[in-house]
Design a protein around this ligand. Sequence first.
Ligand code: AMP
Length: 135
Amino acid sequence: MTCIFCRIIAEDEPAEVVLDTDDVVAFLDTRPVFKGHVLVVPRDHIPTLTELPDALVAPLFTAARSVAAAVREALGAQGSFVAMNNVVSQSVPHLHVHVVPRTKGDGLRGFFWPRVRYAVGEPEEYAARLRAALG
Ligand code: AMP
């Protein structure tokens, strides 16, 4: 088994597991953005969000919601940043939801996302293309 997260799920690799259900495991990220940063993963080896079966959408995001509540309740975070890399910037090809505890003034600045501007007419064009794909 080569996937590091599959090995953690199989208990072949150590991890600080914080939540364990029939469908989902959540454990501490070993290189946290902030202490208490959790990764929420499906037990099945599913590479990215678009491959996630319908039956696992609710279990995965219910668990992410519980972890987001827990970082506030247990760690005193004011909030959280919940994110997922898919293919690009994804270093482990086993779907994982990052739940990062956030507190005002913690210094994280939105992951330094660059922003662009739409030209006139482009918002309508982009929205139309997405609406068509979404059916
Ligand atoms: P990403 O770059 O979005 O794919 O996130 C992968 C995350 O997995 C990174 O934040 C790593 O620090 C984390 N990570 C990699 N190996 C382990 C491990 N063995 N246990 C816990 N977290 C890990």
